[in-house]
Write a protein that binds this ligand. Structure first.
Ligand SMILES: [Zn+2]
Length: 443
């Protein structure tokens, strides 16, 4: 599969770091001059971009920018160019608080479509493809972001936008769609609908599914691939940073290449803000390196993942983001250890290749926090034989202990018995404030 911009995507790490440093310097200078929010903050810490940034690590001296900061700057306070130079505006959906508004210059749009072209190429898309975009076309960045990147490649774009699944699959069949762009859960809704109307998915022309927009799992990928006869890739984007095109998987399907010539990424401990070593899991923080209208410095994405520096067989030298594991707001602290409830599901899923329905509960005995994992019994996961059940529970306990360093109590519960909100099981319940010492015995 051709690489869209081999000179950039395969540059040496030395070359890349030099470029990142130059671009970071230019970005910090620009926000210092043009954005009062950053100028005020830099002055408070006596940070002068032209003197105080000599190494990429110097950025760690600067404070984080949060979603709240962007909301508070509603609508245009954080723009680094006058509005007459802005040719497009996007915005997050916001009801209770001000939405987060971002802008793009003509040059920003050019870069954006190019970066999306890179990730689409990496995922198999060429000018021969017919690409159906089921993301919303509106103030959110998903639809238009993918759209212009696909046009840049020269693919034929079907801007079907969200919903009306029956119409989507009719278009998919009649227009001979080869690439579906969708959230992973909507790809499965489409698979259900294809089956429900008695259509044979093998007779569709689909080859690839570009997934983005929500955390998903390997088993969902497998299901999408098997039911729609496609190769599915994982992609990452966030409006405050740009939109789709920030990072995307190549056909190796081993993590999403981050467009490092345009984005400087750090992984931090969401509790302490400390920068973590490569490979560790934490909150993704991004600094834009070439955005004109809306640069962000150390933006806390709230997304939990890790960065992997090992080389990829595809030849691209950009480091890869691991799967997004959830939101940092979802992190719960048990016995002083950060636990991500979704991550526990990943571990349990690895054991039998099936994600069980489960719930974490923090309880307290005396002054000691306890972690309990309640797992609903299913035919596939648990056999009738007591001994097999016990073996599986032991494996689960050991795997989770190895991963998080806390030994949980695994409790098997009846199917359908876990508390559901809107049909979805709450992954975490905190019972530590309730009376202690009344918990029943191991299941
Ligand atoms: Zn690769």
């Amino acid at each position: 599969m051709p690489i869209w911009e081999p000179q950039e995507e395969c540059m040496s790490r030395d070359e890349l770091q030099q470029l990142q440093l130059e671009r970071l310097q230019a970005t910090l200078n620009r926000v210092y001059r043009n954005v009062s929010f950053y100028r005020r903050r830099f002055k408070e810490m006596d940070f002068r971009p032209e003197d105080d940034l000599t190494d990429l690590r110097d950025i760690r001296r600067l404070p984080f920018t949060t979603a709240r900061d962007v909301s508070d700057s509603y609508p245009y306070e954080m723009f680094a160019v006058p509005l007459r130079e802005v040719v497009r505006v996007h915005s997050s959906s916001g009801v209770m608080v001000n939405p987060r508004v971002v802008g793009y210059t003509r040059q920003d749009l050019k870069v954006w479509s190019n970066l999306v072209a890179r990730i689409l190429s990496a995922a198999g898309v060429t000018q021969d493809d017919v690409i159906q975009v089921t993301f919303g076309y509106g103030l959110l960045t998903g639809g238009l972001g993918i759209h212009y990147g696909a046009e840049r490649i020269g693919a034929s774009v079907l801007p079907t936008s969200v919903g009306r699944t029956e119409r989507q699959i009719k278009i998919m069949q009649d227009f001979r769609t080869t690439v579906l762009v969708s959230t992973p859960s909507y790809a499965l809704v489409i698979a259900d609908k294809v089956e429900a109307v008695g259509m044979d998915p093998k007779r569709l022309s689909l080859r690839y599914c570009i997934c983005a927009g929500e955390p998903w799992t390997e088993s969902m990928r497998k299901e999408i691939e098997e039911r729609l006869f496609v190769k599915a890739t994982d992609n990452y984007g966030i409006s405050e940073v740009m939109g789709p095109g920030v990072a995307g998987e190549c056909l190796e399907q081993q993590g999403m290449h981050l467009q490092e010539d345009h984005f400087l990424a750090e992984i931090i401990d969401p509790e302490t803000g400390q920068v973590l070593e490569p490979g560790r899991e934490g909150e993704l923080v991004i600094t834009t390196l070439a955005k004109e209208a809306f640069p962000v410095i150390r933006y806390r994405t709230g997304d939990l993942c890790s960065i992997h520096p090992d080389p990829c067989p595809c030849g691209r030298t950009f480091h890869r983001l691991g799967r997004i594991r959830g939101r940092s707001d979802d992190v719960v602290v048990i016995k002083g250890i950060n636990v991500i409830p979704q991550r526990i599901g990943d571990i349990l899923e690895e054991i039998k290749g099936e994600r069980p329905v489960y719930q974490l509960a923090a309880t307290r005995r005396g002054h000691q926090d306890q972690l309990e994992i309640r797992v609903e019994v299913t035919d596939q996961l648990f056999y009738d034989k007591m001994r097999d059940q016990k073996t599986l529970v032991d494996v689960m306990r050991r795997k989770v202990t190895n991963f998080i360093g806390i030994t949980p109590r695994i409790k098997l519960v009846e199917r359908g018995s876990l508390e559901r909100v809107g049909g979805v099981v709450r992954l975490f319940v905190d019972r530590r404030e309730q009376a202690s010492g009344t918990e029943d015995q191991d299941g």
